[in-house]
Design a protein around this ligand. Structure first.
Ligand code: MN3
Length: 201
């Protein structure tokens, strides 16, 4: 079925000064739109037309003949998740059971943020850094290009886009500065708490 491009959950300038309206305009308006448009064109009239985007991505992961559908579909899904992973007035810490689980599984909240920063900074080339729940343990993972933890049975809680298009207009080559600002000022812990609650039910 066609994947609806969800509206951006805030104004294009709402993440300033950490991510500019210009970056969001291109990133949401051009890049994300293109992934959604391409995915919908590619699945129209095929066996995938009746399936959800999550089902399609999971079913065809690693299938080289369907790489085009996978790449566009996973990028459509990953970006929607990313827009919700950041929010104006974000950053800080989660509360309650998620903070306790992070402290247990990483040693401390600070140890978690260092691991997330490191994963996001060292992802070679384009990709993503994620906080996921897998096998009842919280983990930081990184994925290349369009790859997504959805296909490996892990439940994403938050993600950071580290493709150059996510930060280059604002930070040029200073990816670590972008990552630090996302973690300190923008991460949407309410979204992560909701995802964590769903995952452990
Ligand atoms: Mn992107």
């Amino acid at each position: 079925m066609a994947y609806q491009h969800p509206p951006l959950p805030y104004a294009e300038n709402a993440l300033e000064p950490h991510i500019s309206a210009k970056t969001i305009g291109f990133h949401y308006g051009k890049h994300h739109t293109a992934y959604v448009t391409n995915y919908n064109k590619m699945v129209a009239g095929t066996e995938f037309d009746s399936k959800s985007i999550e089902e399609v991505i999971t079913a065809i992961a690693g299938d080289k003949e369907r790489a085009g559908i996978f790449n566009n579909g996973a990028q459509a899904w990953n970006h929607t998740f990313y827009w919700n992973s950041v929010a104006p007035g974000g950053g800080g810490r989660p509360s309650g059971t998620l903070l306790e689980k992070i402290s247990t599984d990483f040693g401390s909240f600070e140890a978690f943020t260092e691991e997330l920063k490191s994963a996001a900074a060292t992802q070679f080339g384009s990709g993503w850094a994620w906080l996921v729940l897998g096998d009842d343990i919280l983990k930081v993972v990184k994925t290349s290009n369009a790859e997504t933890p959805l296909t490996t049975g892990q439940k994403p809680l938050l993600c950071i886009d580290v493709w150059e298009h996510a930060y280059y207009l604002d930070y040029q080559n200073r990816r670590p500065d972008y990552i630090a600002n996302v973690i300190d000022k923008l991460l949407n812990w309410k979204f992560a708490e909701d995802n964590f609650r769903d995952a452990i039910q």
